[in-house]
Design a protein around this ligand. Structure first.
Ligand code: BYC
Ligand code: FE
Ligand code: FE
Length: 472
């Protein structure tokens, strides 16, 4: 049923000719964008062993085959509807969910969909050079798997824009292909998506921490009173899990290798002399990508967030966990800064919804850090990785413009300038990482010196499988 269509979908696209035509009109522009801004050097002559979603049931999205990237079948899939679904929180709690966008919330909803949509192509743009520095074919394939799925997430948001927001929606869909990550004149909307991802440590940290913001934001959107948005994001979450797997295991394999190198030298040598990535450099990249991703949750106190919650547009992750779904007269105890001093303040809970989601996010990140530390422990190494304090290196919210070290201690601007590269990647760190990633590893079963092989291959295949092959 699905495979014959130009745009695979489970939304009965062929039953809505206008929408189908509009999307078919957008499709060539998308493909042009993919060629221009997608994986550089891997468009026409390489076949990649990827998983393609062909339906939403578990069997349907475990479909693996070799494809050339521009021929990937980007589709539109919504999770199955929930019978008699009701709005789960806010002022309309208990009322039936909406299948159409109410006029009064049109702008807010469009803004949410556009912001979400903007991040997806941005990440593909940020990662477009990494194929030329990959540590193995296995990793190269995972990079491309993430990239095609982020492309599909863009399709998901463009579907919503085209089907629910009329003319404005179509214009926004075009603009999603026009803004560019890091572009001075037309940057992507959110800051973390304009940061360069130069090397594979950045990439793994990004998929670990920034894709995890994807997870928390998508969880909060999957509670939405706008049912098509809830169903779209629910299915996106199934793909997100793999992205975080790539990040978490990528860093875990680097740690594994670092420990091996440390041990092999009897803990006497600088790991860099052995071509590995030292623990302080790993910690600096955690500090960088966690702080950028904390920013992605918005201001601590936000009238936008309060109004999203009131109207049921965007909720909390796992709303079911809470007892009070209207949250009209409770308060959140917020750590805040006044006259240079950090103190606690009570703010209305609804205005603190960004912070509530950030709390959820920090906890989820901590789980990952704990799992990484087990590797160090297993190797008998006493160093531990840690999350930076929330106040560290923030560009959004109340800590913006102030300076703190990763333990949350305030610093003067001079001290920050002098010491920031103790905590964040320095130009020398970046140059080192590029130097060990200069030569890509394209031989099946081989891995760059700084990273251990994975425990198992993709889809039950061996580690030395040719996950990306050059077409003869
Ligand atoms: N950078 O009221 P506030 C993913 C702006 S990741 C730049 O606190 P709000 C993925 C804000 O726009 C998930 N600007 O903000 C991961 C506002 O501007 P105006 C993406 C920022 O609206 C990896 C002003 O500051 N999804 O999927 O409560 C790979 C005041 O802010 C930033 C979403 O983000 C920033 N970081 O919260 C691929 C979900 N933060 O009005 C994909 C949709 C705030 O003064 N987005 N500003 O001009 C949202 O829910 C909200 O827009 C945010 C911001 C949570 C992001
Ligand atoms: Fe995504
Ligand atoms: Fe993702």
């Amino acid at each position: 049923m699905l495979s014959a269509e130009r745009i695979p979908n489970n939304v009965d696209l062929s039953g809505n000719k206008r929408l189908q035509r509009a999307l078919e009109h957008w499709q060539p522009k998308y493909l042009q964008w993919w060629r221009d801004m997608g994986p550089q050097g891997f468009q026409d002559y390489h076949q990649v062993y990827v998983r393609t979603a062909i339906s939403v049931d578990p069997k349907g999205w475990a479909h693996f085959e070799y494809v050339k990237l521009p021929e990937y079948r980007w589709g539109i899939f919504l999770a199955d509807p929930v019978q008699d679904r009701r709005i789960g929180f806010g002022d309309f709690h208990g009322q039936p969910v909406w299948q159409e966008v109410p006029g009064e919330f049109r702008n807010q909803l469009r803004r949410l969909v556009v912001t979400q949509g903007d991040t997806e192509p941005a990440s593909v743009e940020q990662q477009r050079w990494l194929g030329q520095r990959c540590p193995s074919l296995y990793d190269l394939r995972n990079l491309f798997q993430v990239n095609v799925e982020e492309g599909r997430h863009l399709w998901a948001m463009v579907y919503l824009l085209h089907s629910h927001f009329g003319r404005d929606g179509r214009d926004e869909a075009e603009e999603l292909l026009e803004r560019q990550s890091g572009n001075r004149d037309k940057p992507r909307i959110l800051e973390a998506f304009n940061e360069p991802i130069e090397n594979w440590l950045d990439f793994f940290m990004f998929t670990m921490f920034t894709d995890r913001d994807g997870k928390s934001q998508l969880m909060s959107l999957s509670e939405s009173s706008l049912d098509p948005l809830a169903r779209t994001t629910r299915f996106m979450l199934t793909e997100e899990a793999h992205h975080m797997f790539v990040g978490e295991t990528g860093v875990a394999r680097i740690l594994e290798r670092t420990c091996e190198l440390m041990k092999a030298s009897g803990f006497a040598e600088d790991v860099r002399k052995l071509g590995g990535i030292d623990l302080p450099t790993i910690q600096k990249h955690i500090n960088l990508w966690v702080s950028l991703s904390l920013d992605l949750h918005g201001g601590e106190v936000s009238t936008n967030a309060a109004s999203y919650f009131a109207n049921g547009l965007k909720g909390r992750a796992q709303e079911d966990r809470y007892e009070d779904h209207t949250v009209s007269d409770t308060y959140y105890r917020l750590e805040t800064v006044e006259d240079g001093r950090v103190l606690a303040k009570e703010v209305p809970m609804r205005t603190a919804m960004n912070e509530v989601l950030r709390d959820w996010y920090v906890k989820d990140c901590q789980g990952g850090i704990t799992r990484w530390n087990r590797i160090l422990e297993r190797h008998g190494i006493s160093d531990r990785l840690r999350l930076p304090d929330r106040k560290f290196n923030r560009g959004i919210g109340q800590f913006r413009g102030l300076h703190f070290d990763p333990y949350g201690q305030p610093l003067s601007p001079e001290e920050w300038q002098r010491r920031k590269h103790e905590w964040l990647p320095s130009p020398a760190d970046k140059a080192y990482l590029l130097s060990i990633q200069n030569e890509p590893v394209y031989e099946p079963g081989k891995f760059a010196n700084y990273i251990a092989p994975p425990r198992r291959g993709i889809n039950g295949l061996p580690i030395n499988f040719e996950y990306v092959r050059t077409e003869m």
